[in-house]
Write a protein that binds this ligand. Structure first.
Ligand SMILES: [Zn+2]
Length: 123
């Protein structure tokens, strides 16, 4: 039974990976579009571009996390919080299959990260 669950997780991670790759392709394509060379800082086109670039970076990080999680499924450490060593809530893994931290640790790490650079949002 544990085995089929792991198989499902791998499948889910691979799907997530596929989605992220497709989205990255789309965004990179959008970045190829010409930008007016006379555009000044604050120009809507440039602002849009910055947003897309932030999304690309955030997706690249997501992909890294997914690859990492896939390696963890092979090593049998998938679903274990890296920070405290407790199992990650399966409901959380349903939503964020590439999660490597439990909700508690994630909140702590995010708070620390936000003090540094603001994370890009998907809105
Ligand atoms: Zn934890």
């Amino acid at each position: 039974m544990a085995k089929s669950r792991a198989t499902l997780q791998v499948q889910k991670l691979k799907e997530e990976r596929q989605h992220a790759l497709m989205e990255l392709d789309r965004l990179r394509e959008a970045l190829k579009a010409e930008v007016d060379p006379d555009a000044d800082e604050g120009d809507p086109d440039l602002v849009e571009r910055e947003k897309v670039m932030a999304l690309v970076q955030s997706l690249e990080r997501k992909l890294e996390s997914i690859d990492y999680a896939l390696r963890q499924t092979q090593g049998g450490t998938y679903g274990i919080c890296e920070r405290c060593g407790e199992p990650i809530d399966p409901a959380r893994l349903e939503v964020v299959p590439e999660a490597t931290l439990c909700v508690k640790c994630k909140a702590i790490v995010e708070r620390q990260t936000r003090l540094g650079t603001p994370a890009p949002s998907f809105d």
